[in-house]
Design a protein. Structure first.
Length: 170
């Protein structure tokens, strides 16, 4: 009887010790899969940054209710983002050039590694007159932030997610 109790105690103790290790392994595997998926998106230049919040320099966060995004492909960057802030040079009354809206086919694309598996992508359009550069920081959970530096406007930041670019219908 005593040997049966000892055997059961050993089995219970071994199970209690082994189970958390297995849970951590699956959690680590999921984190590794997310990190690998993000790496592939960034390196393939085939993703969309979807903005959910914007942060102008002079104010707090503004929740965006409409779909705003920056689409990156191997040969094109397309931006459809709003702008609130100080403009140093007016675009004119009634102008349609109020947001950060452009399509660029001539741009520099640099990737830097960050801590915790994140990436900083620096995009410098060469064929857009008012935009100097964009800094996109993306992390394995999908969270991303985008800072836009313009020539004639205050810097503005956006928070959102990085996702795979939807496939176009042929």
């Amino acid at each position: 009887m005593k040997s049966l109790i000892r055997t059961l105690m050993v089995i219970i103790i071994t199970s209690v010790i082994a189970l958390p290790g297995r849970a951590q392994t699956t959690k680590q595997q999921k984190q590794d899969e997310k990190a690998e998926k993000l790496r592939q998106l960034i390196e393939s230049r085939n993703f969309v940054f979807q903005a959910t919040y914007m942060s102008p320099m002079g104010g707090g966060q503004i929740y965006l209710t409409s779909p705003y995004d920056v689409t990156i492909s191997r040969d094109t960057v397309t931006s459809f983002l709003p702008y609130f802030g100080v403009a140093y040079m007016s675009t004119g009354y009634g102008s349609n050039d109020n947001g950060i809206k452009f399509t660029s086919t001539k741009f520099d694309y640099q990737v830097q590694n960050l801590k915790k598996g994140g990436y900083r992508v620096i995009i410098k359009p060469k064929d857009v007159t008012n935009l100097t550069q964009m800094f996109l920081e993306a992390y394995p959970g999908g969270y991303a932030s985008l800072s836009v530096i313009s020539v004639n406007r205050q810097q503005i930041s956006f928070q959102g997610n990085v996702k795979e670019r939807p496939k176009t219908k042929s």
